[in-house]
Design a protein around this ligand. Sequence first.
Ligand SMILES: *[C@@H]1O[C@H](CO)[C@@H](O)[C@H](O)[C@H]1NC(C)=O
Ligand SMILES: *[C@@H]1O[C@H](CO)[C@@H](O)[C@H](O)[C@H]1NC(C)=O
Ligand SMILES: *[C@@H]1O[C@H](CO)[C@@H](O)[C@H](O)[C@H]1NC(C)=O
Ligand SMILES: *[C@@H]1O[C@H](CO)[C@@H](O)[C@H](O)[C@H]1NC(C)=O
Ligand SMILES: *[C@@H]1O[C@H](CO)[C@@H](O)[C@H](O)[C@H]1NC(C)=O
Length: 531
Amino acid sequence: MEIRRLEGIFLWYLVCVFAISANAANINHLNIWPMPKSVSYGYGTLHLSNEFELRTDGSKFADASSILKDAFKRSLDVLRSTHELEFNASKIDPLLVLKGIHVVVSSPSDELQHGTDESYELHVPAKGSPPYARIEAKTVYGALHGLETFSQVCHYNISSRGIQVHQVPWTIVDQPRFSYRGLLIDTARHYLPVPVIKKVIDSMAYAKLNVLHWHIVDTQSFPLELPSYPKLWDGAYSVPERYTFADGEEIVSYAKSRGINVLAEIDVPGHAESWGVGYPALWPSKDCKQPLDVSNEFTFKLIDGIISDFSKIFKYKFVHLGGDEVNTSCWETTPHVRKWLQKNRMNGSEAYEYFVLRAQKIALSHGYDIINWEETFNSFGKKLSPKTVVHNWLGGGVAQNVVKAGLRCIVSNQDKWYLNHLDAFWQGVYSNEPLTNITDPKEQALVLGGEVCAWAEYIDASDIEQTIWPRAAAAAERLWTPYDKLAKDPEKIKSRLSYFRCLLNQRGVAAAPLDGYGREAPLDPGSCYMQ
Ligand SMILES: *[C@@H]1O[C@H](CO)[C@@H](O)[C@H](O)[C@H]1NC(C)=O
Ligand SMILES: *[C@@H]1O[C@H](CO)[C@@H](O)[C@H](O)[C@H]1NC(C)=O
Ligand SMILES: *[C@@H]1O[C@H](CO)[C@@H](O)[C@H](O)[C@H]1NC(C)=O
Ligand SMILES: *[C@@H]1O[C@H](CO)[C@@H](O)[C@H](O)[C@H]1NC(C)=O
Ligand SMILES: *[C@@H]1O[C@H](CO)[C@@H](O)[C@H](O)[C@H]1NC(C)=O
């Protein structure tokens, strides 16, 4: 009896496993990631012409810097790179051949900024009349999202040996739920070569993430060249492990052409020991090297120089000024700083507040709005500039207080959205809701979005992609897709996420299996769609 029952359960298990597997690999399933706002589709199939082309007539966008043309070419490249194409269109009914995609953008500007319209509509006809798919968008960046979605409804067909669009006609109307959908990379704990950062940017665009938060410097190293203070990058690990100012510019421009803003961070006054390698006067003393010396006017002059340099290349509305994990004991125990504190009638925590607020004023004077880690809000929230965005990381319960106080907020609570926590499983990443406990629409509007973080103590070029992916994709859908279309039970979207993971692999991104801990090797032999 017992054994037979077990056999029955085992057979049932097999049936389930094959059903899931069939779903995941089945192209006639709705396998778009992140799920668009609204989707309708049919039962037809079209073939992509070998001369598949981009048309832009009627568009107000002149594409002077080739953002759209390059994005179109990249979409075709990822579609064509998976297999050799042996498709012969002359054997196919011409009405079943799609000749290209017609992109109509109504804004002439290529400015990318916080709040830039990212909406788009994608139409693929049922038959080749007109023989073009169509994307309509307000900005070129919406059009880029449309091209990404289009690439996800195209499939190589192993019997026709060409690329097809299944389930035509398609009508997709789409726009993001949150305007800030970020990923943090940390180039201070380990240097990341420029091509590695570019590859991360490419992969972000596949998941429609739109902010690369570049945590450039920290206690351990200062890799970036800053013209105003040319000895700062003496704090790099080594000469090759540095970014020139022009590298910084190139990263921003590479990201922009993929619809991604770069948020630059200098974390003050803690996390800044490496600054003093080039300028030892920034250290309170040789034995006590951080936080930066609050008593020295040079400290603030230098911050002003850095932010002035930043403003020449980092055009995003926000600069991140850190402000986390400040231990002021160094100030209190170093004689000349202690004297300064006494003279100014401040204790350590008041001096921390003084430092953060003064750094905020410097950033404001260069035209930036500020992002600060949540400790600043938790310690003296009422004093922060109204232009502050508070970056939550310690845990729950903070975002609701921030928006109640009328400030804006970004959510990165470490228990769910720190990708360097390898036990933050994809289910938890997916279910992490930035608007938890926030019901007033005015307060909801102050939550700009969220960010997954890949702190790099144990991440370098050898493992960054598999640490980020596929878990970052789970957050990307949470931040993109309308709330009522998100799965309450993440297991319901597992096969679609698994499909996206395999798509990333096909595109050369080392996305790890879903099962097991973050960035773990596959647990067993088997299909990509099952792991
Ligand atoms: C495509 O098919 C047509 C009609 O069968 C044939 O004449 C032509 O040679 C084929 N072209 C290629 C490149 O195979
Ligand atoms: C692949 O193409 C062939 C021939 O055009 C078609 O019969 C078949 O249904 C397609 N395969 C899938 C999985 O759609
Ligand atoms: C602050 O730093 C001092 C000196 O390193 C250390 O003794 C103390 O425990 C630290 N305080 C906290 C709260 O970490
Ligand atoms: C610093 O001073 C403020 C204002 O007098 C006080 O509220 C706070 O408790 C003091 N902090 C410490 C660590 O002594
Ligand atoms: C929701 O509110 C409760 C009660 O204040 C708090 O314990 C919890 O951490 C909050 N959750 C989030 C995600 O902020």
